[in-house]
Design a binder for this molecule. Sequence first.
Ligand code: ARG
Length: 570
Amino acid sequence: MNSFEAQIAAALEATGTFSANAALKLISVPPDTTHGNFTIPCFSLAKTLRKAPKIIAEELAAQVKLPSGLSKVEAVNGYLNFFIDRSFLAKSTLEAIDAKGLDYGHADSNGKVVCIDFSSPNIGKELAFHHLRSTMIGNSLSRIYKAAGYKVERINHLGDWGTAFGKLIVMYLRENRPTDDATLDSLTVKELNILYASFSKISKEEPGLEDEARAAFTKLEQGDEFYRKLWTAFRAATLKELNRIYDMLGVSFDHYTGESFFEDKIPAILDELREKKLMVKSQELDVVMLDEFDLGPCLIRKSDGSTLYATRDLAAANYRKQEYNFDKCLYVVDLGQALHFKQVFHVLKKMGREWYKDMYHIPFGVILQLVDGKWEKGKTRTGTASLLRDVIEAAQKKILEFINEKNPDLENKEIIAREIGVSAITFNDLKNSRLKDVKFDWDAVMSFEGDTGPYVQNAHVRLCSIMRKAGYAVKLDEVDYAQLQDDNAYELIKVLARKGEKILAACNTDEPSVLAQYALEIAEYAHRFIHNDRVLGSAEEKSRLFLVQATQIVLENVLDLLGLFPIRQM
Ligand code: ARG
């Protein structure tokens, strides 16, 4: 079914007064519905029609044929107001939710493919708290795109190649650590972190160490077997820990094609750049000049022949186009890398890849933590950044205390506590427009009041609890829609009816925050309905329970699209 707006626009076009497009631009949805659910101000038409707005509105009200589902049209002081038929809206919305279930509001397949590059941390370091943003925004976007009809390829472009590995190798050997298989197999990220930190410290006093690290990486790039063995162990140790955290977050990937994967695909890129005469020498480096786009040169290769981050991104982009034939390729990476992506996209343009315009950098702001009373961006290197693992554990502990106080006999309470805790952190991350910095304030994030994860989870829990107490499910033919026309029920149904529109809006703007705000809206109206309209034991029990069921289904799926765990009991 077309949206009410589209139907009204079509009906207005049929009066011959204006085009459907012009009508669509004028239609708005007033927050207060006493003057209708949709309103069209006629003032801007006065000039062309040479009539007073009041007259135009009255004439249109008389001429327009009401689309089905609307009960009334009214002209008031130059405004044309349309009213939704409450029982029609209730019936069409709740029947559709009943039929489609969790997929209600999802678009049919559009035959398009989207690649989403997200999380993509660097190997050899523990996941710091700020990696959460890329991971959770990307995870939510991949779910949203799927619901909007795309085939989604979730890609983890691990930072598993580059000079950092030279550093780790140099440090590992310098400390004379054992290199037998058993020791290498049991390496942990923690140890790698310590190696990394020691390197940073020592290299300040011993500048030669940096050169050693670069030489070690070149040796690794040239295929040295022993170095390769060390690298493989470092990578495996990090992946083990990463996967443990991704499991806790409920995040998965279709491809773990990290930077190292593109090693053997780089010569072809270099050949092509040379052939097309795009690569020039600048201070010992091979670069592609991007002056015509007002961008600095894109660095392709160092003097020792080793390649760079951008080179691997060029190879990766080509590979993705070939392998997945994407319609869109998203990079969910912090704002700090904006220049890098502009450069990569423009080099592709110069290489003649018309699809460079289908690549999008999806940037986001940083997570700020309170350090000595000031909001600061935590740094992994100096150790002020919280580790994601620690934050998750702390969140779990906090929620568990709450459960132990209120409902100590709850089954699986450790898992539920972790899921609510993770959801709380995620929701805090997704609730505002992604470009904003996120202030992480423990008490606010974990609170059950305000616009928080626990607040929306609690609404879902309450809906589930009413259904559990009822002990039966209502069927379609048991519902009397006339009993769902009071303001509390009607306002809630109106919110549920907008799910499809919200999914598309989130997808079109790459903004999970659209759905986070929508979840808050559902929670608010659900609370209001449950609070004001008694469900169990009332004369309207079955009809109201049906609305509770529908709301639970919609909210469960919206939580899922955000990457939260929908909790049923706490
Ligand atoms: N590994 C990089 C980092 O942690 C992010 C990679 C993003 N993806 C990409 N294709 N460049 O900063």
